[in-house]
Design a protein around this ligand. Sequence first.
Ligand code: SAM
Length: 247
Amino acid sequence: MTPPDIGEAHWRELRARAKSLLNLELNAEQLGRFARFTTLLLEWNQRINLTGITDPDEIAVKHFLDSLTLATVIPRFDGLRIVDVGTGAGFPGLVIAIMYPECQVTLMDSTGKKLRFIEHIGEALGLGNIRVLHSRAEDAGRSRSHREVYDIVTARAVAPMPALMEYTLPLAKLEGQVIVMRGAEAYDESNAAARAIDILGGELYAIEEIRLPTLSNSRYLVLVDKVEPTPRGYPRNAGTPTREPIV
Ligand code: SAM
């Protein structure tokens, strides 16, 4: 089976939507990279399970436009260090790397074969600002090389909020920020994670609602500031945050 053709109309529409909804200007190089990324995603998806979304229009909205919402809240400065936890096929992390060439983006996942896809995309698109990290978030959060070193920690569709806070907050440096992408339950989930946020050194800063075309439910960006160091002992051993979430 050959992957569906990626017509230019998807990318013209994405450019128009990014401008009108997010006030983002996408240039031809960025759009070309998104198109190539999509072609390779659909090719590789025939061999390894990278995404359940295979319609190019849906990919443009649910993967690219959704990931681009982060570009409305991530600051821009040279050398900004970002880590995307549970990046999967690179959403939102690879999209952010394409948008922010001046930033260093670490794409972390516990599944090695997904990271081989990311490496392939990095080479095919000539991205010099990414590196992959094959690790569980809990292990990275306990290692000297990754604990409290990132300015921005992102995650989409990785775990329920209390566990996700234990995956992400230890990686953020003091005065850094965790930004997680959530669905319709974002407010309730954030309430449920209030104790975890507090214990792990975070403070809820804002919940931003974003409406995307074709989606009936709003999307939300939950922004959590890192205001205190994460106490020793967190994150707990791999698997514990989901098995015994802080509640
Ligand atoms: N963020 C991508 C997206 O939104 O398309 C992928 C989401 S996928 C549902 C969840 C990903 O998180 C998987 O690739 C999985 O391997 C990874 N993951 C789950 N738990 C993890 C952990 N503790 N540490 C690192 N990666 C994890």
